[in-house]
Ligand binder design. Structure first.
Ligand SMILES: NC(=O)c1ccc[n+]([C@@H]2O[C@H](COP(=O)([O-])OP(=O)(O)OC[C@H]3O[C@@H](n4cnc5c(N)ncnc54)[C@H](OP(=O)(O)O)[C@@H]3O)[C@@H](O)[C@H]2O)c1
Length: 252
């Protein structure tokens, strides 16, 4: 049964793509600061979960399916309402980057229509579906949305495919539109744009790119998580519609 007053004591975040990489580090960062993190992934709640949480803090959802995403949104709303909770942050981190043979760049000429649709559903449409579906919970929490874009969204990348790159470019544009649309609700919307971060999404040969990065090294998942934390907390209270580069200067 819903309580009369929103339970705003503990800050609550919904994070997609929590099972590995950047998402995993983000859960650890926020939990260390006392946040409750509701994680989303295609897999069921793991019995050997590496952080303190229960099944009530996990959503099994395939973001490649619009129907399943809508089901997950309805389930989230119902869970939050029954607890009297609101949402203080939504981090759209889940992303897919299909590769060609030997993990090579998948060019537009070689990408099947079904793959274009799947990449855009996970990387782009799911983000606005979640934000739109949870707008009331976010507005009540004066929340913050962070979309995870990519350096590949702004120039051709040697390993990131055409569908991936264009989905991230579209997500950067969507972040701008969302900042305008959600701002009057008291909800800030920003993006972080990682460069080469040490996760399983990287392709062999990335070490060649690293030679061109001013800081001469890969980024760590924790360095990305810290930036997400900044955008979800009071330190960034007047930052809205920004896309923060986290790439060691790779974009210059
Ligand atoms: N690593 C980099 O260098 C880099 C650079 C630029 C941008 N990024 C972006 O940063 C984000 C995280 O990247 P990462 O390197 O940490 O990726 P990753 O290690 O490949 O993890 C991807 C996450 O997305 C989830 N996911 C994938 N497909 C899904 C689906 N259909 N439904 C629900 N969840 C799904 C995965 O969970 P399950 O498999 O459990 O479902 C996993 O937790 C992505 O948006 C990526 O594009 C990364």
């Amino acid at each position: 049964m819903a309580s009369d007053r929103p339970n705003t004591d503990r800050r609550v975040m919904l994070l997609t793509g929590a099972s590995r990489g950047i998402g995993h580090a983000t859960v650890k960062r926020f939990q260390a600061a006392g946040w409750r993190v509701i994680t989303c992934s295609r897999h069921a709640f793991p019995e050997n979960c590496p952080w303190q949480m229960g099944p009530e803090d996990h959503l099994q959802v395939d973001l490649a399916s619009a129907d399943d995403t809508l089901r997950a949104i309805a389930e989230t709303k119902q869970r939050l309402e029954s607890e009297g909770s609101v949402l203080h942050a939504l981090v759209n981190n889940a992303g897919i980057s299909p590769k060609g043979p030997n993990r090579s760049r998948l060019a537009g000429l070689e990408t099947e229509h079904a793959d274009w649709l799947k990449v855009f559903q996970v990387n782009f449409f799911a983000t606005i579906m979640l934000a739109r579906g949870l707008r009331d919970e976010l507005a009540r929490g004066r929340g913050s949305i962070v979309n995870v874009t990519s350096i590949a969204g702004s120039k051709v990348h040697p390993f990131a495919g055409a569908a991936y790159a264009t989905s991230k470019a579209a997500l950067a544009a969507l972040t701008r539109e969302m900042a305008y649309d959600f701002g009057p609700l008291g909800v800030r919307v920003n993006a972080i744009s990682p460069g080469e971060i040490d996760t399983s999404i990287l392709s062999p040969g990335t070490e060649k790119i690293v030679e061109t990065i001013p800081l001469k090294r890969l980024g760590t998942t924790d360095e990305v998580a810290k930036a997400i934390y900044f955008l979800c907390t009071d330190a960034s209270s007047y930052v809205n519609g920004a896309e923060l580069h986290i790439n060691g200067g790779q974009h210059v």
